[in-house]
Ligand binder design. Structure first.
Ligand SMILES: [Zn+2]
Length: 102
């Protein structure tokens, strides 16, 4: 079952425990959150430039930095302890002498 097929499952209660965890993570990361720099809403996959089906939950994506699809600023996903939103983007700090920081 592909990630897209899993996300479209009509009754997640019928999934196995592992599939249900994957289902929740896939939907969690699909929520479009605004870029703090330009406000463009984008989900985790769009900012990583991968399709939902290419996402592998066992792979670490630390070396694959997320970038805003509109302004190109580097982004990092933040999961707050207490918030009305499940997660949000934060800007990756840049050294002051980089061209993007101007
Ligand atoms: Zn942006």
């Amino acid at each position: 079952m592909t990630n897209r097929e899993l996300m479209a499952h009509p009754d997640p209660t019928k999934l196995s425990g592992i599939e249900r965890q994957r289902y929740v993570v896939l939907h969690f990361q699909s929520r479009r959150m605004p870029c703090p720099s330009c406000g463009t809403r984008q989900n985790w996959y769009e900012a990583a430039r991968i399709s939902v089906d290419d996402y592998d939950p066992h792979q670490h994506y630390d070396g694959n930095p997320h970038r805003c699809i509109a302004c190109g600023r580097r982004l990092v996903k933040i999961v707050p302890v207490i918030s009305s939103d499940p997660w949000h983007w934060s800007l990756v700090p840049m050294p002051p002498d980089t061209p993007e920081a101007a």
